[in-house]
Design a protein around this ligand. Sequence first.
Ligand SMILES: [Zn+2]
Length: 280
Amino acid sequence: MRRPYAFLASAFVLLAGCATGDVSPASTPPAASPATSAPTDAELPAAAGPERIVAGSVPVRPAQPAMAASFRADLVADHCVDRDVPAPSAVDADLVILDRTYALAPGAVPPDLDAATAAGLTGSSGTKLVRQVLTEDLAAMAAAWRQAGLNVIVESAYRSYASQSATFNSWVARLGYGAALARSARPGHSEHQLGTALDLTSPGWGGRFGDWAAESPEGAWMAAHGWEYGFVMSYPAGSQDLTCFSYEPWHYRWIGRAAAAEQRASGLHPRQFLERYVSG
Ligand SMILES: [Zn+2]
């Protein structure tokens, strides 16, 4: 049974985010550009107030100093230009920056992939591959879904470089190269190659490119609570200048509970927040 989700309205209105880097080749192409009613960047920091951090989620990493909401000087500012530059080293591999410029090598394969059944997921969700490093948090989040009476389906998780190449090429065939770039990451540029990204959906939600966060109780729950389990929405609404991709309220990336809590408290967009962890 679905629960009424009006109670989450304030949370998802603030957090509903923007487009992804990856899409399923079986999905229906978008009919139009992202909705113009999406929240603006100015609305996003308000959702990230420190008061939202719950007991038990205090960051483990040392607190980071305040950082201006701008790109690191040693990172390319025009990162939405399509290039294949090796992703900058991060202090934690889970926090590496990927965008339309920075990419993983074709041979980059996570060392600890495992079926999501290890996190207690069943059915088609259980067949998806995720890194073992997030199994515990995914299991806890799945338990929270069940407790809330929600049915969240993992539509896509780990994708290899070759798989992403096939996905991107399918979009090129459907939309043309230029339009495909806004909807699908080129191979090497997808967070799914990290083994820590999930595309989620829920039964009865048919709008693959609609606003899952606003149109389903499952999407609303994720927008409000995903961070508590270490999952952040990579491509929030109104942030295409930062993410280079359209709003993707179904795409979440695991960065760990501590980092997710820090990101929320910082008020920074996830893309900006990850710059803190660039090493060197
Ligand atoms: Zn995705």
